[in-house]
Design a protein around this ligand. Sequence first.
Ligand code: CDT
Length: 302
Amino acid sequence: KRIVNVACGQLGPIARAETRTQVVRRLIELMREAKARGSDVIVFPELALTTFFPRWALETQEEIDSFFEKEMPGPETRPLFEEAAKLGIGFYLGYAELVEGPRRRYFNTSILVNQKGEIVGKYRKIHLPGWSEPQPHLRSQHLEKRYFEPGNMGFPVYEAFGGVIGMCICNDRRWPETYRVMALLGVEMVMVGYNTPDDHTDVFDFDILTTFHNQLSLQAGAYQNSTWVVATAKAGLEEGSNLIGNSMIVAPSGQIIAHATSTDDEVIAAGCDLNMGTVYRKTIFDLARHREPEHYRLIVER
Ligand code: CDT
């Protein structure tokens, strides 16, 4: 067996007024609990350092920039890295990334940090949901296309924690291509953080299925690609928006082996045998033997 002990560090709501220092304190508490429960690595949510600001049309560039990190770690986030190194636990962290240069660039980003507190992987969100302009006909707004450009790194995978680890962010988890690209690179565990409001389509018949669609996407992604999926929510009533929670750890069989029960700060943890994916990959989903890529061309041509 190749066991990776993994935790989801689910966050309850973050108020707009909450500082990064306060949030980092919460993340450290989750990290300590995960370590006490034997975890090697903890997965935090998407945009885990602030409230989910894309729900608003922010007025000034200064206000927008206040939600972004210009360096990682920076002064407020460094304690998280130091604690990780002290405890010997790795982490996935989602945050808003500002890249300085001739043209400032804004990404919805996640990083993978090893048990020495070193960044060993990065991913920039590719599937940006919502709109660039407020939609007057919608009761709640989702403006990720206003604040971020699509990621420019593809879906890289990294050798870490004794296996091959990939990352994606929130809406990416609904797209089969996300998992399949990483599966072709040999991914064994996909980490994903999310912020999913329970009114995100503004169509009642869809919105009541939001938790089901979350679970469906994660289970299908795991099973069809012979990979573990570790999915962590920001949850609860945040600035008037209800975020669904339901963080979970899904096996390559598609089975859920750990599931959050609250919409608050909560750790769930499980031991994941990376060899379990190998069994699926050598049988029903032996990609080299059974895929027929010449018949899939339309997927990338259109
Ligand atoms: N953060 C994020 O990507 N959330 C989306 C819901 C909003 S779609 C308007 C998701 O896919 O969960």
